[in-house]
Each structure stands twice: as C-alpha cells, then as structure tokens.
Design a protein around this ligand. Structure first.
Ligand code: NOJ
Length: 757
C-alpha cells in the first residue's frame, strides 16, 4: 500500500518543492523567510476546491489499522482525496507517520493531518487527575506537568491534546468533575492558563515538544442537571458569564489554539450549534482566532436533542453557528458541499473554518515538516524520564489534602508495623484514574510497593479486605488479622478509575461496596486507623469520618502515587494541598459551593432563638463536611494583622494593597495556601457571600513569619450588573484572608467610582 522508503524520500522532497511553490507567492525569487501562516493559508485556499476545504473540517477516529477491519478501509481513500483534516486516537510515532505519509504523499496539496488525543493528565507518565493537581494550587508545577505530558505525547506523534478541560463543576455526582479544576472560576481560570501554557509553550511550536491545546467543553457542561452526564443545562446568562465562562476566557487569553464545543444544550440550544457561544462570545467578544471542534458525534446528536430533523440540517446548523471541525459525526463530509451550492451555507464560512485549521497546521510546523512529531528515536527516550517521574511524584504529594488528623499522622518510621488494608492499596490501574489509556501497568508504583521500602519485610502487613464494588466480605478476616499484628492501620479506600470521568454520574457518593463495613471492622480493632482516600471526586464520607484518626485525600494520584503517598504518610513531605471543591455531607446538599448567595433568609447566627423559617434543611446542617480551600498540615499557620494601604479603592486610582502576616506556629516547616476572599455587601443584583480573588502558596520554616501582599483592582470587583454590563459598583466590600473559604480574619474597604476633591 505504501511506497518504499527511498521512493518516499524522493517523493517527499518533490512534494515539499511543489508545496513551497504553491503556497509562496509565485514571484521570481523565493522569500528568505516563510510568509506568515495567514498569508500562506490565504494563497492555499485560493487554489483549493470546495471539497478540499471541507476535507480540512473533517475528523475521524482510528479504526484500528488501514489494513485491518473493513470499516477502516474507508479512511484511506478519503484521506487520499483530501477529505480528512485530522485523526484522533491514533498513537505512536510509526503509526502516525504511516497515516501522515498517506495524507501528504497522496492528497493534491500534500496537506498534513492533525493527530488529536485526550492527553488529560499525562501520556505515559500519568500525573494525578486534574482535580487533584488543582488541589496543589501550584500553578508552576501544573504548567510543568503539562509540559512533560506534551513532550511525551508529541514523541508519539500526537500534536493536539483535547485538554485542558476547564469546566467549572459544583456537582460531584457528575463524574467529569475529576477532569477539571473544581468549583471556582478564579482558581479555575488560573489553572486553565497554566495548563494551556504548559501544553503549548509560548505558542510558536519552535520544537516539536509543545502541542496544540483544546479548552473544553464550551460551555457550562459542568452544570448538567442532576449531575447526569450529557444532560441538559439551563443557567442564566449572568451565571454563565460569571461562573462557567471565565476559565475559557483565560484559556483564550493564554493563546489556546482550539476549543471543543460541549455536548449539552444551553438554554435550549445545543452548544454544538450555539451561535451565541461560538460566534458572539468566543469570536466577537473575546477575539478567538483558533478553531472549534465538536465533541464526539455531537453534530449528529443534534437530532436526538430535537433541534435538527436530519444530519444535513445538523451540519448546516453547526457550521453556520461557528463550529469548524466535525469529530466523528460524518456530517460535514457528506453534506457541506451541497449545502454551500444550494446557498444554505456561505462559502466564506467554510473558508474561515478551513483557514483556521490550516493556520494551526502551519503554526505547528506540520506543513513544512509533516513528520516532525513522528520521531521513533525520540519516542524511545521521551517517556518516563527520571525527571518526569520525579515531577509526577512531587505533584502527587502536593495534591494530597490532609482532611483530618488527631495525631496519627505522620506515621513513625522506626519500630512500627503497618497494616495496609483496602482494595486500592495495591492496584496499579485504579490509582491512575480516568483517561490514562497510554500508561502501562508495570510503570505504576503502588502504595503497597512504596510503603514496603519504608517498612520492609514483616513490618508491612497487607490485605485487600474487599473489592471496591460488590458485597463480598470474605476478605474481612484477613484484614482483621493483618491489623491485629500491627501498630497502625492504613485503609486505602475510595473509587476505582472507572467510577469517575466520562459517563460515570453517581446518585450515591458513599464509599461503594463493603468499604465502609471494612472500615468499621478495622476501627473495632482499637488500632489507630488512617483512612487514605483514592477518588476522582468528593465522596460523602460523613459516616466514615469518626472511624478514622486521620484522613488523607490522595485522589487518583497517577504513576508515582505510591511513593508520593508514602512520602506524606511518613512525614517525608508535609501535606500542603487544599480542596478545590467543597465536600458535601450527603448528596442531598448538592449543589453545594462556598460562593453561594445569601438569600433573604440566611441561616441565623449562633445564639439566636430557634426559628425554622430560614434557608436550611431540617435533617442536616447547611455547612459541608469540608469547605472549599480547606487542607491541614503537620504544622500550623496563623494569619494575623490584615491591613490595607487605604480604606478606599478608587476606580481611577492605584490598586488596593492588602497585607497579611502569615506565621508557621507549629513544629515543622510546611506550605500553606493563603487565600483572599471578597464580599460585595450591596449590589444591583445579589452577590456571592464571598469570592476568591487571590491566593499564594507559600513555604514557611518553623517559627518563620512573612508578610504576604495582594493587590486588588476595580476589575477584581467587577460582575455582570443588573443591566448586564460588566463592571464594579461603588460601595462597601468585606475582605477575608486565611487558609480556607471560612476564613474569619477580615477587614473592609470602600470602592468609589468618582474621586473626591
Ligand atoms: C468525548 C469527550 O466528551 C471529550 O472530552 C473527548 O475529548 C472526546 N470524547 C474525544 O475522546
């Protein structure tokens, strides 16, 4: 099917020459520098047929191999005819090279393909899930992790990741909460920026180690009703703009090359064909110049949504609304040409879409060097480098959140025997979490193997106890026996990898299967119990909480999860993670998040007479089990002396400088996340009780104090006002600083729009 390597290289040289002649203006001399991508694309488009332009808008998934099953055979002729712009789920330098060769050798303009893949938290070196890394609040390390993920994926021929997922999620029933940065738009925006820059570098793709990023899912996918994946969303434009859109905007400002439209409908219009989102907000308001890809088969799904009667009309709606690339719907390829010829779709729209996709290919350097991402030699050395594994271990321990500690942690290293119990203690696949398909089981270091280094021989007693799902309790006895001979019990419980991620909505967030019963058995031994939670989302652990002396949340920590957890349990690393999402007591409280509105009947202050006619439940408190921003350490921190450089922030004045003294008051060095929240006391519309407006992760030695400074500008106070203009309103603001969203250290200031004389 393919030409011999010698023939190919001759052909490749000829192809490059032809291409150069085709895309550079055909003047008497060639320019020394290639023209800007936009100019080259312009020249190219003017020579392409309508069908060839439409071909750029088409994306197919791997059908295993071209010489494989019958369905795969269809791709090769399509590619040869210039009918495919991108493939997804094809991996490996050799495999991508094979497909790339087919495209560039046989299509008329020799245009390369984009190879897309969900590189969500690492390629071969799997980092903790994104929700976990958000708990680190460590933007530099998050960015560095994506740089490693990009380099590993790039070596396998991937030049485009479907990440970062920047959906704000306030409903842990939704399994995809694991893929984002949690509930808060301020933190979510900061993380989105870091992740885009991590994947794309400076956006010039000078070396084939950065790849195109894709902010997804645009928009409000995290707001699906009842937390049910793929379901409908119906949020107000104000909530959309204040809560769900900011991380996308941050991604666009960071230069993200592509955006993926969400599956859900929003206020009655599916995002796939939503001109308000794709055209007005994304392109006109934010100036986005990249391209928008659909989610998987989402154009076709317009029929199920009930807004398109057939695939032809679905294609029309999507492309007219601003959706550029069709992922696996087979809608654009068969229908767009006829739609243009019948006048239903302007050809200019196809040109704009094809142009944006081609610009991305030029920017990635693929047009000039189609194989720059398919390098078998690099592939062999790019994966699982020692420094990548060290970064994964470091980020995994920084993502751990200590939720409870009555002194059981850190564990003593000498002279004790540890019972390691639980179905997730020695489970390489499960600790990786969702979207870790390229990892290999043998790369993963489990908790059991890592703890065995600290507690060799018989000092580590292991028993799984039970499975994560099901009802078999026959392993309890072995677990009790392991515990009986130990000084301390570590119980690794939680979720398996496929209990969170896509299509994993849950109506119960309790520890599944017999896990809670196992914990009760362990408690009954009278030994100290450390509950180690491995999960992709908040779980409702209120019943488990009193059974544990300490609770360490490790999320799904990835390839190096074992050593990272061992570092934290033994005190080699002092935990510094803080929750990026509220942990409810029970599912009835959901959605529960810190930046809620006050209501007209807020909960009465403690000490006020009992009154039932206020906003509350009669069977549970309003408060969560663990608040947004919360996280303990093996040391303690004090926040004191908050001061402002002025009691007034003026619209046209200098920023307000907020200073707070943070001290390490415990007996170990450690890190904390200093968090600044603001409350707008009176607005033209109701405002959240507090909103995160700044944070700083800092390290302090024992006894050390440091002044931390934040700057607030009028833009930090801006919101979508009653008349739907964006800006701040004059008045009084409260400010809170501390280690979580319930911080009590506070002061207040006034914002003035007109300067005093
Ligand atoms: C569907 C998912 O919603 C999306 O996040 C992913 O990128 C695509 N499938 C491609 O795998």
């Amino acid at each position: 099917m393919f030409a011999s390597p010698v023939a190919q290289s001759t052909k490749t040289r000829r192809r490059r020459l032809i291409l150069l002649l085709a895309v550079c203006s055909l003047g008497p001399t060639l320019p020394a520098q290639p023209a800007p991508p936009e100019d080259r694309v312009h020249a190219l488009l003017s020579r392409m047929t309508l069908e060839e332009k439409i071909g750029q808008l088409v994306q197919y998934s791997s059908r295993s191999d071209m010489t494989g099953p019958a369905s795969s055979a269809a791709l090769a002729p399509l590619i040869r005819a210039g009918g495919v712009g991108s493939l997804l789920n094809i991996i490996g330098a050799a495999e991508t090279r094979k497909w790339q060769r087919l495209a560039v050798e046989s299509s008329r303009f020799h245009l390369p393909l984009l190879f897309g893949l969900d590189v969500v938290h690492g390629y071969r070196t799997i980092f903790p899930i994104p929700l976990a890394t958000a708990a680190s609040w460590d933007l530099a390390r998050i960015e560095a992790a994506e740089r490693i993920a990009a380099a590993e994926a790039a070596a396998a021929g991937i030049n485009w990741t479907f990440a970062p997922m920047v959906d704000i999620a306030r409903d842990p029933r939704w399994g995809r909460i694991s893929e984002g940065a949690g509930e808060d738009p301020f933190l979510g925006s900061a993380v989105a920026r870091a992740r885009v820059i991590g994947f794309q570098g400076d956006g010039r793709f000078a070396t084939p180690e950065s790849i195109l990023a894709c902010a997804k899912h645009f928009a409000a996918y995290g707001a699906v009703q009842a937390g049910r994946d793929y379901f409908t969303t119906d949020v107000t434009e104000r909530t959309l703009r204040e809560v769900y859109l900011p991380p996308f905007r941050a991604a666009v400002e960071a230069g993200v090359g592509t955006i993926m439209a969400a599956f859900n409908d929003l206020d009655g219009t599916p995002c796939t064909a939503n001109a308000f989102l794709l055209d007005r907000v994304l392109r006109r308001e934010w100036g986005f110049r990249g391209f928008v890809v659909s989610d998987w088969a989402a154009i076709e799904e317009l029929r199920a949504h009930g807004t398109a009667a057939d695939l032809r009309d679905a294609a029309r709606q999507a492309v007219v609304a601003g959706l550029d690339m069709d992922m696996e719907s087979e809608a654009y390829g068969p229908h767009l040409a006829e739609l243009v010829r019948s006048g239903a779709v302007p050809e200019a729209r196809i040109e704009a879409a094809a142009g944006a996709i081609l610009v991305a290919k030029f920017r990635l350097g693929l047009v000039d060097d189609p194989y720059r991402y398919c390098d078998e030699a690099r592939e062999k050395t790019a994966w699982l480098r020692p420094e990548s594994l060290a970064a994964a271990r470091d980020l995994a321990r920084r993502s751990c959140v200590l939720l409870k500690n009555n002194g059981a942690l850190p564990m003593k290293r000498d002279g004790i025997t540890v019972a390691l119990v639980g179905p997730l203690a020695d489970s390489p696949q499960q600790q990786l979490g969702a979207w870790s398909g390229q990892s290999h089981r043998e790369d993963t270091v489990t908790i059991r193997s890592a703890l065995a280094e600290f507690f060799p021989g018989t000092r580590l007693r292991y028993a799984p106890g039970c499975t994560v799902r099901g009802s078999d309790t026959s392993g309890f006895k072995a677990a009790r026996d392991a515990a009986a001979g130990a000084d301390v019990i570590v119980a690794a419980l939680g979720e398996e990898a496929d209990q969170s991620g896509e299509a994993t909505s849950r109506t119960s967030l309790d520890l599944s299967g017999p896990q809670l019963a196992l914990l009760r058995e362990l408690r009954a031994t009278g030994k100290p119990v450390i509950l180690l939670l491995l999960t992709g989302r908040p779980l409702t652990i209120e019943p488990a909480e009193p059974l544990a002396d300490a609770i360490l949340l490790a999320w799904h920590p990835g390839t190096m999860g074992g050593p990272a957890i061992a570092d934290v349990l033994t005190g080699a690393y002092n935990p510094s993670g803080h929750l990026p999402v509220t942990w409810p007591r029970n599912v009835g409280q959901i959605p529960i998040f810190y930046a809620h509105k006050n209501s007209g009947r807020p909960a009465p202050h403690v000490g006020e007479p009992e009154d039932r006619y206020y906003s509350h439940y009669i069977d549970a408190p309003n408060t969560p089990l663990y608040s947004f921003g919360f996280g303990l350490s093996y040391t303690t921190f004090a926040f004191e002396g908050v001061r402002l450089n002025s009691p007034v922030l003026r619209a046209d004045g200098a920023p307000l400088v907020v200073t707070v003294r943070v001290s390490n008051t415990g007996s170990r060095s450690g890190e904390t996340v200093v968090q600044l929240y603001v409350r707008d006391r009176v607005g033209s519309v109701t405002r959240p009780v507090r909103e995160l407006k700044g944070f700083a992760k800092i390290a302090l030695n024992v006894g050390e104090s440091r002044e931390i400074e934040f700057k607030l500008t009028p833009n930090d106070l801006a919101f979508w006002r009653a008349d739907m203009t964006f800006g701040p309103e004059p008045g009084q603001f409260d400010l809170f600083i501390g280690g979580d969203s319930t911080a009590t250290l506070s002061t207040s200031f006034t914002f003035e729009t007109t300067p005093r004389n």
